[in-house]
Design a protein around this ligand. Structure first.
Ligand code: NAD
Length: 457
């Protein structure tokens, strides 16, 4: 039986649109169409596949403002962020449009003939997207997957299907053949699970919570199905006393409160060298109180609401609902009234075992603790099951590099909070995931190496 999901604007709590959720039968039909389209797509000449992806990229660029506004309505993202996100899909498509013609194999010297390798597409790839960055995370999967010659079925999160659905339409408009890229809105337990169990889906590319990622990995084992998993994070922002402390403090709010903290790369633990702790907190307080939390349509908005009432409850539980209490150092501001607003909040954990220090809050809450020396900073940063990103602030670049090498995480930045560039690899250590997205090597995640020997004797 078909069910629907009411998409709610998180800034106003108003209904945006009702979206039909696919049944298992509809998911099977979409996978069937993707499998049927697969031989034709892989046979498209590399230059023609490149051209289609460039056209798709251009169309996304032409629709950037429309897509951005859709995301403001659907996800409550600030208009500035939403424009960046649509632009990121355009750029990722443009970047991987160069890939079909550069999907090189190797020629390996052997006796008695020629040995060559090919990078063959996998077939149908299933991409499962979370609600926090609906556009970029979709693009990081479908752009390289399509470039490598795979067909794609993509399931957006229940809460945020609208931009992915629009991207599916733009793909057709750009001339991608029917069945090559299909967006299937639906429940994780129905459509997502089907990607895992359907034998024609050869790989699942999942971004989301660690708990669901573990379940997908277990399920994929039955068919030895390939998986890429991009999961949670509890990243550290390590501030040494010799850093430009004012700059580190001014930037720190945006490393964790961007997207209302609903960011797997959020630097939600700040570690400050003890001798600089008080000075840092003084500057940090000014910066946090200055974060502009308002209607995400407002060009000045720096932070919008949380995605849902449920997420608001989950986040509040770490602060207002903490059973042993949590010491709030200071807070920023947030609008009152309708919408799932939560003010930027800075807490001082009582120990490193506090849930707010250990668990991914996925909201605008940051915990701050002092450290004693370099070794202590690295040990505290690594005291987590996650390992996605992190930052180091110091004027001593030797130390910056040593600490970056010491922190067990996939994406580190020194004197910056950048984690994501489409031209560099992205992914997690430990329970933050398996595999890498983006960058020059992403095609490896969407191809299988085939070795062919041709006798010359
Ligand atoms: P989630 O795991 O609940 O859902 C993610 C997606 O999986 C959704 O589309 C959902 O419908 C689907 N899903 C749910 N159950 C499923 C099942 N049994 N089988 C298959 N699919 C299923 O996560 P969320 O709440 O949407 O997103 C937040 C999480 O995503 C956070 O933990 C965050 O850290 C993580 N995240 C990680 C990255 C990264 O790149 N590492 C990026 C963004 C978000």
């Amino acid at each position: 039986m078909t069910t629907t999901h009411d998409v709610i604007n998180p800034a106003t709590e108003q209904l945006v649109r009702s979206v039909e959720l696919a049944t298992v039968e509809e998911a099977d039909a979409a996978i069937g169409r993707a499998a049927a389209a697969s031989p034709g797509w892989r046979a498209v000449a590399p230059a023609d596949r490149a051209l289609l992806l460039r056209r798709f990229s251009d169309l996304v660029g032409e629709h950037q403002e429309e897509l951005a506004l859709l995301e403001v309505e659907n996800a409550g993202h600030t208009i500035g962020n939403a424009r960046w996100e649509a632009g990121n899909v355009r750029d990722v498509l443009a970047y991987y449009s160069g890939a079909p013609e550069r999907n090189f194999g190797r020629q390996i010297p052997v006796a008695g003939g020629i040995d060559v390798t090919f990078r063959e597409p996998l077939g149908v790839v299933g991409i499962i997207v979370p609600w926090n960055f609906p556009m970029p995370i979709a693009g990081w999967g479908f752009a390289p997957a399509l470039a490598a010659g795979n067909t794609v079925v993509l399931k957006p999160a229940e809460l945020t299907p609208l931009t992915a659905m629009r991207l599916g339409e733009l793909a057709l408009e750009a001339g991608l053949p029917e069945g090559v890229f299909t967006v299937v809105p639906g429940k994780g337990s129905v459509v997502g699970e089907r990607f895992v169990t359907h034998p024609d889906v050869r790989k699942v590319c999942f971004t989301g919570s660690t708990a669901v990622g573990q379940r997908i990995m277990r399920g994929a084992a039955d068919q030895v199905k390939r998986v890429t998993l991009e999961l949670g994070g509890k990243s550290a922002n390590i501030v040494f006393a010799d850093s430009d402390l004012e700059l580190a403090a001014a930037r720190a709010p945006y490393a964790v409160f961007d997207n209302a903290g609903q960011d797997c790369c959020a630097r939600s633990r700040i570690l400050v060298e003890r001798s600089a702790f008080d000075r840092f907190m003084e500057h940090f307080e000014t910066a946090v109180r200055g974060v502009v939390v308002t209607d995400p349509h407002d060009e000045a908005a720096e932070m919008g609401p949380l995605i849902s009432a449920e997420q608001h409850e989950r986040v509040s539980a770490y602060v207002e609902g903490a059973s042993d209490g949590v010491d709030v150092a200071f807070r920023g501001t947030a609008p009152e009234g309708a919408g799932y607003w939560y003010a930027p909040t800075v807490v001082l954990p009582r120990s490193t075992s506090d849930p707010v220090w250990q668990e991914e809050v996925f909201g605008p809450v940051v915990a701050v603790l002092p450290f004693d020396d370099e070794a202590d900073a690295v040990a505290k940063a690594n005291d987590t099951a996650y390992g996605l990103s992190g930052s180091i602030w110091t004027r001593d670049l030797g130390r910056g590099l040593r600490v970056a090498r010491g922190v067990e995480a996939g994406n580190l930045s020194v004197n910056s909070h950048s984690s994501v560039r489409y031209s560099t690899p992205f992914g997690g250590f430990k329970q933050s995931g398996i595999g890498r997205e983006l960058g020059p090597d992403a095609l490896e995640a969407f191809t299988e190496v085939k070795n062919v020997f041709i006798s010359t004797e």
